[in-house]
Design a binder for this molecule. Structure first.
Ligand code: DGJ
Length: 751
């Protein structure tokens, strides 16, 4: 049993033996929140968990017929404004005559096995053995509206998902001004809020702030989840570390405007809300029409932040990313962007592909510049046909040449964009986002195509599908290089312009849905000027994403470390690029660049024709190394060991589920003068009883020693012992491969 319903006490208890989530029906008919956390034994009545220690003196606002009942002090599941709770509400509806204020009361519940699909939206999925769902229906007499709150509990993960939907049962139109997907009130404020924020080229850095009375939020109103804030937040206890104690993680499966908010009230109650950003949102609902809000994933861990991450990783690998890509191995790719930028022709591309093939690389990705008249970023977006000057024989011939070489073929698109200097713009000026005749705001010389329009989505689908069919593409990089301004659709009526942003992203999802259904064998990698749309909704369609345009190995340590808080490492496109790096001008060794990139979906972003023989030899070995270990990277448990935001070093590791093998990465940014002679790195997640052989050195140690004492790192140059030193200088790194040694049974063997 995963959902207990007690009709006497009006309580619902969702539990899977790892977590419990308990709520009840309050005396005014709304829902109260009782508990979310580590599993507690079921009992018939949990009403003692209701907060009743706060009196309702003059400062409180209470019910007409019951001074002891105040929404100001009761923890709630889905609060409304105007009935005594002065904190932010989860929902705001307005009738066509302008009446505001809602009062939803409980009507019924329905339990189902598995998880219903959210129409038109990406979401986690589960069958009857994997999750159980309860949907609570509430009704607001004042607006004739049904509110459906859906909760799914996963059977094997410490995860609850939530979403909300509204149906207008009245005869008049209704406007949704705000609809959060989830809201939850915690009884105390003893938390720090952790989030992933940054900007272009330094996305998803870890930020942390202690909660105090007031509102703390992160958000996006850019029409994309954004480089600046990821739709994720965690509340961690003040003594929670990477590996111990409580943390709650919240992630929004959505790629457009979002609000993730934590409000601490005057009684230290902490309210977390997540949903579509209400800014400029106004959705018109006609009679019998419904609106479905996207899904929030809520994770509980008492194994620290790393424990939370492992739950997110497992959930997303098994219940979000879809077949065939949750099991298929991803090809090692070479992307020509940093190798050629816009300056290429067929011969150059074929030469690069041939040279890359010799290195063992499996997929060639032709990036920006292959279409229309595009020779720089000022034209041709929307003209999805070959650039005849660069590719006079066309894409089909190019695809054939790659095929002959034995190389898979991938192509870059920026489907949602349009250049004013394009045929598409001349033919369809009204397909642009923005009001006709107004000065529009540009980003990278381009405008945005109105994906809220079905005809636009259909047109782009035809173009992309045609190219996939004629070239047999294996991979598509779907880019989006600017955010949305001038939000206005010429296809929507004036009183529906508040629907634009959401309709736009529904258009994006519908195109992804169509293409991935028709071409499931095509691997999609999402990208938005780097990591500007790195969110779980994208992973439903595109199982990997480009985390950042910053390919510098040292910068990637922070980006990958931060991103791993939520997203599986196999979802991050990680490429070895040229040195000096094109974003930072930093020079790093080929080893360090690969040692960082191994912890992701591996590839190259450089010109192999410019490599020395020695470099080619190293790259061949790197490619073989990744091929040997990519299953481990895909399926293993990831552990963060040393935090680059706090240290000059970074370390992480991945351990196979059966614990027989592991990859450990250690990185040091700046050299230390006269360093410690013997530095050790404590490992995690190993089996204490397994003897592990370190492939690099041939030494073998038991898991307990490697975890409790640590693996001894190579000796660093210290000005005197240069002969013994195997590391020296800035940007050093090492990756160890550990494998169970089955022949020895001597615990102390060190060979
Ligand atoms: C931004 C992407 O992140 C880059 O990798 C590259 O594809 C460029 N766009 C091309 O315009």
């Amino acid at each position: 049993m995963h959902i207990f319903v007690n009709e006497q006490s009006n309580q619902f208890h969702l539990t899977n033996g790892k977590i419990s989530y308990i709520f009840n029906i309050l005396k005014n008919g709304s829902l109260g929140h009782l508990y979310f956390g580590k599993a507690i034994r079921h009992r018939d009545d949990f009403s003692h968990l209701m907060r009743n220690d706060i009196p309702t003196p003059a400062s409180c606002h209470y019910f007409q017929d019951d001074p002891a009942f105040s929404l100001e002090t009761i923890r709630q599941e889905y609060p409304v404004y105007g009935k005594g709770d002065f904190r932010d509400a989860a929902i705001e509806l307005e009738t066509s005559e302008g009446r505001i204020g809602n009062q939803f009361t409980y009507k019924k519940y329905e339990i189902s096995q598995g998880k219903p699909k959210l129409e038109g939206l990406p979401a986690t999925y589960a069958d009857g053995n994997e999750a159980t769902t309860v949907t609570i229906t509430l009704f607001d007499d004042t607006t004739d509206t049904e509110l459906l709150l859906t909760y799914s509990i996963f059977h094997h993960y410490s995860v609850i998902t939530r979403s909300a939907a509204v149906k207008n049962s009245g005869s008049d139109d209704l406007y949704i001004k705000k609809i959060m997907s989830a809201s939850i009130d915690f009884p105390d404020q003893n938390f720090s809020m952790v989030h992933l924020s940054g900007t272009w080229s330094r996305e998803r850095h870890i930020k942390e702030r202690e909660l105090v009375q007031g509102t703390h939020s992160i958000s996006s109103i850019r029409g994309a989840s954004s480089h600046h804030h990821n739709p994720f937040l965690a509340l961690k206890r003040n003594d929670t570390t990477e590996h111990v104690n409580e943390v709650y993680g919240f992630n929004f499966i959505y790629s457009s405007n979002f609000l993730a908010q934590v409000e601490v009230d005057h009684y230290q109650v902490t309210r977390v809300m997540m949903g579509i950003h209400p800014h400029q949102f106004k959705w018109k609902l006609g009679h019998d029409e419904s609106f479905q809000a996207p899904e929030v994933v809520m994770v509980y861990s008492d194994d620290g932040l790393n424990g939370m991450s492992q739950i997110f990783h497992d959930l997303y690998r098994h219940q979000l990313i879809r077949d065939p890509w949750k099991t298929d191995e991803r090809p090692i790719l070479i992307n020509n962007w940093e190798a050629t930028y816009f300056d290429f022709n067929e011969e150059k591309l074929v030469n690069i592909a041939e040279s890359a093939k010799e290195l063992g690389i499996e997929l060639f990705v032709l990036d920006d510049g292959w279409f229309g008249k595009r020779n720089d970023d000022t034209s041709s977006l929307g003209d999805w046909f070959e650039n005849e000057e660069k590719l006079p024989n066309g894409l089909t011939s190019l695809a054939q040449k790659f095929n002959n070489i034995g190389m898979k073929f991938g192509l870059w698109f920026e489907p949602e964009m349009i250049s004013p200097n394009s045929q598409l713009y001349n033919n369809h000026p009204l397909w642009v986002v923005g009001r006709k005749g107004e000065h529009l705001t540009f980003g990278r010389n381009q405008l945005v195509l109105d994906f809220s329009r079905q005809d636009v989505v259909e047109y782009i689908y035809e173009k992309m599908a045609g190219i996939i069919r004629k070239t047999g593409l294996s991979y598509i990089k779907w880019d989006m290089n600017r955010n949305i301004t001038d939000a206005f659709s010429s296809a929507l009526r004036l009183d529906q312009q508040g629907e634009f942003f959401h309709r736009y992203i529904l258009g994006v999802y519908s195109l992804y849905e169509k293409l991935t259904n028709e071409f499931p064998e095509v691997l999609f990698e999402s990208c938005a000027g780097g990591g500007g749309r790195f969110d779980p909704a994208m992973f439903y369609y595109a199982p990997q994403a480009w985390p950042s345009d910053d390919t510098d190995a040292v910068e990637r340590l922070k980006i990958q470390y931060g991103t791993s808080l939520v997203y599986p490492i196999y979802s991050m496109g990680s490429h070895v690029s040229a040195s000096p790096n094109h974003q930072t001008m930093r020079s790093t060794s080929l080893d360090t660049r690969a040692n960082t990139a191994y912890f992701g979906t591996f590839g190259y972003e450089l010109n192999p024709l410019e490599l020395s023989e020695e470099e080619r030899k190293i790259i061949k070995e790197q490619v073989q190394f990744y091929k040997k270990h990519r299953r481990l990277v895909r399926d293993g448990d990831f552990y963060r060991l040393v935090n680059p935001f706090e240290n000059n070093e970074t370390a992480w590791m991945i351990v196979s589920k059966d614990k027989t093998e592991s990859l450990v990465g250690w990185y040091k940014v700046l050299a230390t003068p006269n360093p410690k002679k013997q530095q050790v790195l404590g490992l995690k997640g190993l089996d204490t009883t397994i003897l592990y052989e370190i492939e690099n050195t041939g030494e073998a140690f038991y898991g307990d020693e490697l975890m409790y004492h640590g693996v001894t790192l190579p000796t660093e140059f210290n000005g005197a012992h240069h002969l013994k030193a195997s590391l020296g200088g800035d940007y050093q790194s090492i990756v160890y491969y550990l494998k169970e040694r089955r022949t020895s049974n001597d615990a102390r063997t060190c060979i």
